[in-house]
Design a protein around this ligand. Structure first.
Ligand code: ATP
Ligand code: MG
Length: 207
């Protein structure tokens, strides 16, 4: 059976936290591939999304994944003007790729927010969730939440062990806005892309 990791996100921009999670999931769960799915609309409330902004996010995911043979960018959710729901995407993927076990990779903030996601119960039968620690959530918090979601919804969730990185796309956008370096927080090609395209130089709510 093929094993595929799914890493969804706004990736505004993609950073080493995302990539390291993909790498650790690949190694620890012996995955065949990890797919990075940039989503169409950022979850930030009232965020204005332009075709251009989406294109930049996609280009950066491409730059960050193109040299890794088992990383793939998948544009299934990268549609302008609509939000793709995880339950829909995962349901579709299960139909499109029979004989594949999907592993949905996420960080602690997402694990603790999942019950607010649309039709979240329908996600659980479609994949094994790999959840990594993040921010103030420690291993005990994670184990409790994993057990709770399993008990309540039959969710199949494993703790994904990865070095803790206190990095977010918000940090990167903020640093770029302040003309600080984002080197070592994103791949070199992404750091160069941000500078060359003057990204995150205008004040906005997401900074
Ligand atoms: P933003 O600051 O814009 O919310 P982000 O860094 O949280 O960006 P997202 O695209 O929102 O990145 O996140 C996609 C997924 O990656 C989420 O499941 C999130 O929990 C996870 N993730 C992002 N950064 C980290 C990190 N440093 N450690 C663990 N998980 C992370
Ligand atoms: Mg986030």
């Amino acid at each position: 059976m093929k094993k595929i990791g799914i890493m969804g996100g706004t990736f505004d921009p993609i950073h080493i936290g995302h990539l390291l999670l993909g790498q650790m999931a690949y190694e620890s769960f012996h995955l065949d591939e990890v797919w990075f799915l940039p989503n169409g609309n950022p979850p930030h409330k009232d965020a204005v999304i332009t075709e251009e902004a989406l294109e930049h996010r996609v280009n950066m995911v491409e730059l960050a994944t193109e040299n890794v043979p088992y990383f793939r960018m998948v544009l299934y959710e990268a549609k302008i003007g609509t939000h793709s729901y995880t339950y829909e995407t995962m349901g579709k993927f299960n139909k499109l790729y029979p004989g594949t076990q999907f592993y949905f990779i996420l960080g602690a903030d997402s694990l603790f927010a999942m019950e607010e996601w649309a039709h979240f119960r329908e996600i659980f039968p479609t994949c094994i969730i790999l959840a990594a620690m993040r921010d103030d959530k420690d291993q005990e918090d994670m184990k409790e939440q994993i057990a709770y979601l399993h008990r309540k919804y039959g969710a199949n969730i494993e703790l994904l062990r990865a070095p803790l990185l206190e990095i977010s796309s918000t940090t990167i956008r903020r640093r770029a806005f302040r003309k600080q370096s984002v080197s070592y927080m994103v791949p070199d090609a992404v750091a160069n892309y941000i500078v060359q395209n003057n990204l995150y130089t205008e004040a906005s709510e997401s900074i």
